[in-house]
Design a protein around this ligand. Structure first.
Ligand code: AMP
Ligand code: GLY
Length: 423
């Protein structure tokens, strides 16, 4: 089978690497891909979803997998399906779960799925009176722009005045343009944040092991937010009972609700959860895999992942028994010198030889200069390792991180610290 993977990050690299192991694979195309995906497939440029559709038709692509949300929210799945192409991802209508926070919060409320108390409005009077009536002076208040803001549209405010100021800056278009024309104010939830992923075929779902992402730049969860500096799975922060509870109280009503909304959910549903005093609250849905979460999930799947994605895309997930390896997986992100503040000067990467099939590197911000692989900015690569225990997986990953060299290499040293401490 020919597979097209849309995107250019370590998430897309790891999807490509995983499906490359399927006995059914013939060729992999990446669009646009990066300096390393060209080693496991062919990179092709596309300007828009129309170009992507033409690539899929031209290269006789049997399955397209979409990495990031923007193309999904734009409607790539509808366009492909109108052209009889098989694609893993939700329709434009279903992608509103990520594309509009107002839609998402109203959906959660309508189907009784636990989430933080909120109001959504485009009137500053309404927002201000919600703030005045629901918060005390020392409460943290969460202010969110309704639309897509590349992960930046959420502010945690320390006073009512700050929350009012930030929401009016959003409404005026000053802070996030059209994405902030509607604003959500919600209560701050203090707990453990987890990422859950369910493969869905519109009706059925298979929940993958829980992942913890490390969004902050610095050790001890300090510093600014990033796209994610590392992840591990499964996490000891949830047990089997909680996992079943999440299936019953979150996944099942979500799938049923989306059917009722005439937007059946197909693809991977990313549920951002906050566990507060042992109870899960949905913070957000995303309509795609997380990065770096995807990098740790792929090695934990014993199934032929190409088969999994294909069955999910064609309403046949119930034909599959999900098989998870009895391992712990960890991913450490190596970022470039100035990440996430500004671009960095390209630097040559030296990578050690790796002879352990439970360790690999998923490449992201890299380019080729002749035969040299260059760190070209952002999150450069992910070192991914799995082993029988989390301790062993972490130790192996950091050994490789230390052996990889490029100027300005930046990483967190404490990935998985909360679960390691708990063991
Ligand atoms: P979102 O895009 O909604 O996931 O928000 C981005 C990040 O903001 C989340 O990953 C959380 O770390 C934080 N966040 C969002 N909503 C809340 C909330 N109600 N309480 C505490 N933190 C939140
Ligand atoms: N790692 C979080 C995300 O992909 O949104």
């Amino acid at each position: 089978m020919n597979v097209l993977i849309v995107g250019s990050g370590a998430r897309e690299y790891s999807l490509g690497l995983s499906v490359s192991k399927s006995p059914q694979i013939k060729q992999i195309f990446f669009s646009p891909g990066n300096g390393a995906t060209s080693k496991i497939g062919e990179n092709i440029n596309a300007e828009n979803i129309e170009d992507l559709k033409n690539i899929a038709l031209d290269k006789k692509v049997d399955l397209t997998i979409v990495g990031s949300e923007d193309r999904l929210v734009e409607g790539i799945v509808d366009l492909f399906e109108d052209n009889n192409l098989t694609i893993f991802g939700p329709s434009k209508k279903a992608s509103r779960l990520e594309g509009s926070k107002e839609y998402m919060k109203n959906f959660l409320k309508k189907y009784n799925i636990p989430t933080a108390k909120y109001i959504s409005s485009s009137s500053s009077d309404e927002l201000n009176s919600f703030i005045d009536n629901n918060f005390k002076d020392d409460d943290l208040i969460v202010v969110k722009a309704d639309g897509l803001c590349a992960g930046k549209g959420v502010l945690i405010c320390e006073s009512k005045d700050e929350a009012k100021r930030e929401s009016s800056k959003m409404l005026s278009g000053e802070s996030f343009g059209d994405a902030g024309k509607k604003v959500i104010i919600e209560e701050y939830l203090d707990g453990y944040e987890l990422s859950l992923f369910a493969l869905c075929d519109g009706k059925n779902f298979k929940l993958l092991p829980a992942v913890q992402d490390h969004k902050k730049l610095l050790d001890g969860d300090k510093g600014v937010n990033t796209g994610g500096m590392g992840a591990y799975s499964p996490t000891s922060l949830i047990d089997d009972d909680m996992y079943e509870y999440i299936k019953e109280k979150v996944c099942t009503p979500t799938l049923k609700g989306m059917q009722e909304e005439e937007a059946p959910y197909k693809g991977v549903l990313f549920i951002g959860l906050m566990l507060v005093d042992g109870k899960p609250y949905v913070l957000e849905y995303n309509v795609r895999f997380g990065d770096p979460e995807c990098q740790v999930l792929m090695p934990l799947l014993e199934n032929d992942t190409l088969d999994l994605f294909l069955k999910a895309s064609t309403n046949r997930l119930n034909e599959i028994e999900l098989k998870i390896r009895d391992k712990k997986a960890v991913c450490v992100v190596l970022a470039s010198e100035n990440y996430p503040f500004k671009s960095s000067i390209p630097a040559k990467i030296d990578v050690p030889e790796i002879n352990d099939e439970d360790i690999h590197i998923s490449y992201a911000g890299v380019s080729l200069q002749g035969d040299d692989l260059m760190a070209s900015g952002g999150r450069v690569l992910s070192v991914v390792s799995s082993d029988d225990t989390l301790e062993l997986a972490v130790r192996k990953a950091y050994k490789v991180c230390d052996e990889i060299e490029f100027k300005g290499k930046k990483l967190r040293r404490d990935i998985a610290f909360q679960s390691l401490k708990k063991n």
